[in-house]
Design a protein around this ligand. Sequence first.
Ligand SMILES: C[S@@+](CC[C@H](N)C(=O)[O-])C[C@H]1O[C@@H](n2cnc3c(N)ncnc32)[C@H](O)[C@@H]1O
Length: 288
Amino acid sequence: MIEAVTVAQALTRATGELASSGIAVPRLDARLLLAHALGVPSEQLLSLDARALSAAEQSAFSDLLRRRRAGEPTSRIVGRREFWSLDFAITPDVLDPRPDSETIVETVLGALQSRAVPRIVDLGTGSGCLLLALLSECPDATGLGVDISAAACRVATGNARRLGLDDRAAFACMDWNGAVTPGGFDVVVSNPPYIADGEIEGLAPEVARHDPRGALSGGADGLDAYRCLAPAAAVLLRPGGFAVMEIGAGQGPAVERLFAARGLALREARRDLAGIDRCLLFASESST
Ligand SMILES: C[S@@+](CC[C@H](N)C(=O)[O-])C[C@H]1O[C@@H](n2cnc3c(N)ncnc32)[C@H](O)[C@@H]1O
């Protein structure tokens, strides 16, 4: 017979188990996984402390904990990730959005202050997190998310619908070298794949095993995407527009040279939560 366990007891036990497996935020992960097993929003767990878990729920929760202890990220297990305080669905087809990428959103919002109706294009949109976070902050903006992965475009489209932003966001499955309206955009954003191929296997298993290779692989030196994005941004931006690119550690000078060669000058570099230059803002040399 299975011992009766309440939500509060299950949480305490699971937190201990995850902590002893070296999981960094055991209480939060335990809460998200238990909510997933019970099919309730995680905020609701607090009011369910005394509720007993059924045998099926205990078994489902044990399975989720086993997967987490084996190194699968909680966001992958529950299929959701919070980004810019918005709830995004994720699947194995898209990058798990990173808190550091919120730096791109902050940089765009800081630079946009005087622009009334921006048109935004997000090259390599994945879950759509960058474009949709920006649209959520700019009620008059419209945007296009481009991704070479049709599956990613489907995920982004679903996220736009759930967030109520689908009337202002469109998604196109295409290569970012493809023909999008020249001069049609005020803002180009991109968080492209920028890991040098030889470094991918050495990444944390949560990244190397669970993020799609097409979202990580930046070619031999990690810069392949920027070689395409610099000319693409130069064509897509209207005069006075700007581009904000996420970069990997130490890639700043090389990316700056690639954009400068296309007439896009570095205006700002912004650091991430760890103090590393994480995104660069470029504007056409004629703009202020
Ligand atoms: C690092 S992920 C970023 C996803 C999302 N913007 C984010 O920040 O979480 C890069 C994305 O670029 C897409 N991608 C890679 N090469 C591409 C190309 N040539 N054209 C369009 N998209 C591409 C990948 O499919 C992937 O979804």
